[in-house]
Design a binder for this molecule. Structure first.
Ligand code: GLY
Length: 304
């Protein structure tokens, strides 16, 4: 029998990259739509279903950097990463460098449910999807004129495109706790704009950009190289063991990142017993949260 002791909460982020001028409203709308879609499932469903639906919603939003409208590689192609973790069962599934699936988060959830291998990359992931009867698409279908323009404008401003990682990031993610206290996390990204072919970021690395267990669910955004170097998800988990709140733990983890590598990032965290937090040391991070009697978003702090 289902025990309903926990008030469900869902938090989403739409990336910590610099929000292009004039697009604040679209980012705000994107994260609010996603949190509403996830919360609708969370009313009677699991945290896993909720985070996957919220991330699917953001992958289909051409403004956000995941799925349709993903940031492009230096060769003007799409290479996407995603990971889904069900904290209550310790199941996880993820993809790296995929370009022929419309929703990497849905393929990740199927990998999680099959529970054989955890991570599939590039053509192996496409073959896995094809064998399951999933529709494979042309990578061109995911490329928007806006993504092309952003890459061109970015490259035109740099004499050495690979020198600086900051400022060209973006990722979408969701964390939730359901009525039964089960935690789940999902993250999806096109990666860093102008990245080299084959580069993999933090998003599909368990414990780096995405983590969930029976105490917390975590999803990060920012420069993948910095998030992996500091294993930000697991670092937050370690701090949580001796911290009074999720906020305290995440701030300590981000402070470690600043001290160790002078890096910045953003993350959303929900815990079973120490609250939730959305916090960033990057200039911005679009996010929204919803629970029974409260809803909040960063770009519209009074709620919606
Ligand atoms: N955080 C997304 C990436 O670096 O790929």
């Amino acid at each position: 029998m289902m025990t309903r002791t926990q008030s469900p909460i869902i938090i989403v982020h739409g990336g910590a990259g610099k929000i292009p001028h004039g697009e604040q409203d679209q980012y705000n709308k994107g994260v609010i739509e996603a949190v509403e879609a996830g919360y609708d499932l969370l009313r009677s469903g699991s945290s896993l279903e909720a985070v996957v639906e919220a991330v699917r919603c953001m992958e289909d939003n051409p403004i956000l950097n995941a799925g349709l409208g993903s940031a492009l590689t230096i060769r003007k192609t799409v290479e996407m990463d995603a990971l889904v973790i069900d904290g209550s069962t310790n199941r996880m599934g993820g993809v790296m460098g995929v370009s022929k699936v419309r929703n990497p988060v849905l393929l990740s959830k199927i990998i999680l449910e099959k529970d054989k291998h955890l991570l599939y990359a590039t053509e192996g992931a496409h073959e896995f999807a094809r064998n399951l009867g999933m529709e494979l698409i042309s990578p061109e279908e995911l490329i928007t004129p806006r993504a092309r323009d952003l890459l061109e404008s970015y490259l035109s401003k740099l004499s050495a495109p690979s020198d600086s990682l900051a400022g060209k990031t973006g990722t979408v993610g969701a964390v939730a706790i359901d009525h039964e206290g089960n935690l789940a996390a999902a993250t999806s990204t096109g990666g860093i704009r102008g990245k080299e072919i084959g580069r993999i970021g933090d998003t599909p690395i368990p414990g780096a950009g995405t983590w969930a267990d029976d105490e917390l669910a975590f999803s990060a955004t920012g420069v993948g190289e910095w998030i992996i170097k500091t294993m930000l998800g697991l670092r937050t988990k370690m701090h949580l063991l001796i911290s009074p709140t999720a906020e305290h733990a995440l701030k300590r983890a981000l402070n470690d990142m600043r001290i160790l590598i002078n890096g910045t990032a953003g993350a959303i965290v929900v815990t079973r017993s120490k609250g939730w937090v959305a916090f960033h040391t990057t200039p911005t991070m679009a996010w929204a949260m919803k629970e029974k009697n409260m809803k909040k978003s960063f770009l519209n702090p009074s709620g919606w």
